[in-house]
Write a protein that binds this ligand. Structure first.
Ligand code: FEO
Length: 403
């Protein structure tokens, strides 16, 4: 089995999930990886586990690197089942002397795997600043609550200047390559952006604080090994992903508009095209995304990467269209901030959808434009109003958010 050296004494010992396409509702069109890292020093430490079913692959990689040496320590940075699902299986086979995790992780492990089993493991609770010496290397722990669960923790390998931050800085990307500099940069950043949008967007505040804390602690970071996707090992790649996280956590976005809509009998679709033409006439880039043919995970990425988004809905039985309702429910959980937004759509017998969408966008605290609606089929005047909505949203995008 191929072995992958991250740097110094740190080896990748993860598993590749080529097949996963639905990751708790996030369409992972390129699969993912569950990364674990093995530090081969005077003491041997395994950082992180993997999803249930992938234990044999991780175990084989650990064995391949260890050449018969036992694993002394296991560090559990995060308990979500894509990282801890195989931990009971791995602990039974690797029998580490000690397990380290955060206080919240210890509590959460008991919920998933039973208090009795966790008591038997007797994990040692660590907190920010705690260290474990391995010999040439020292592990330093940094609690990272809400990045993206309360139990989350980063492990920093001080001498190797390598951060192992579990979910942070990841991408759902299955590849035979292990490093960011070995894959197509456009694909890489698209997947990193999609990952941030769907997993981390609600936690911009804690992420900003964490980036500040890393600076205050004076951590030198020359490589970042996340728990999903490829490893950032060159200075320019580390800088690129840290810069992107800074930008995303501040909700900064390019001058771009996303039109997210669905349609029953093409009325809302025609309105969408008129809006798109208005945006384009102002020289602003515009994406058009019909809900029934685009996964939610891509729509979330478009919201992250666009300074404005408009939501178009037909009215069905006095309500917004179900796909629109599903999208807005998902978006509510992601808590986007600092975006210009707006509602438009069509109705027949009575209104409904546009008012509801407008109310949902206002409830999110966004900068919401006046809505536009049309009865049955949009008239020339309705299409002109849509065109003007497109021009107005584009002008607002260029001006930036109102103070
Ligand atoms: Fe990759 Fe929060 O699990």
């Amino acid at each position: 089995m191929e072995r992958y050296l991250l740097r110094d004494d740190i080896w990748w010992a993860g598993a590749i999930d080529w097949d996963v396409r639905d990751f708790h509702g996030y369409e992972t069109s390129r699969g993912t990886t569950y990364n674990a890292y093995l530090i081969l020093d005077e003491k041997v430490a395994l950082v992180d586990g993997c999803r249930d079913g992938f234990g044999p692959e991780v175990l084989a990689r650990v064995m391949g690197c260890c050449s018969g040496r036992p694993v002394d320590y296991l560090i559990i940075n995060h308990v979500e089942p894509d990282h801890s699902g195989a931990i009971p299986w791995l602990v039974e086979r690797l029998t580490p002397q000690r397990i380290f995790c955060s206080k919240r992780a210890k509590e959460t492990l008991a919920f998933y795997y039973g208090a009795q089993m966790v008591q038997a493991w007797d994990p040692q609770v660590v907190t920010t600043g705690d260290e474990v010496a391995l010999g040439r290397n020292t592990l330093q722990f940094i609690e990272a609550p809400m990045l993206h669960w309360p139990d989350s923790m980063f492990t920093y390998v001080r001498e190797a200047k390598t951060l192992l931050p579990n979910d942070a800085f990841g991408q759902h990307l299955a590849t035979s390559r292990r490093f960011a500099d070995e894959v197509d940069p456009a694909v890489l950043m698209e997947e990193a952006s999609k990952y941030y949008a769907n997993i981390l967007m609600p936690f911009g505040g804690p992420i900003g604080k964490m980036l500040g804390k890393i600076g205050e602690m004076g951590l030198e970071i020359e490589a970042i090994g996340p728990s999903h996707g490829v490893i950032w090992r060159r200075p320019q790649d580390v800088a690129r992903i840290l810069e992107a996280y800074g930008r995303w956590s501040r909700f900064e976005a390019p001058e771009r508009v996303a039109l997210i809509y669905d349609t029953m009998w093409h009325s809302t679709e025609r309105m969408t095209m008129a809006i798109e033409d208005g945006v384009a006439q102002e020289g602003v880039e515009c994406s058009v995304l019909r809900l029934s043919v685009n996964p939610r995970s891509e729509l979330a990425r478009q919201v992250l990467e666009s300074r404005a988004f408009l939501v178009g809905s037909p009215t069905l039985n006095n309500n917004m269209f179900p796909t629109v309702g599903g999208f807005l429910t998902y978006l509510k959980g992601l808590r986007p901030k600092d975006r210009i937004a707006g509602a438009y759509g069509s109705y027949g017998w009575g209104g409904g959808a546009v008012k509801q969408v407008d109310a949902e966008l206002r409830a999110l605290g966004l900068d919401v434009l006046d809505p536009v609606d049309a009865r049955y089929m949009p008239s020339a005047a309705d299409l002109e109003a849509c065109h003007e909505l497109g021009r107005e949203v584009a002008r607002r995008v260029k001006r930036g958010l109102e103070p």
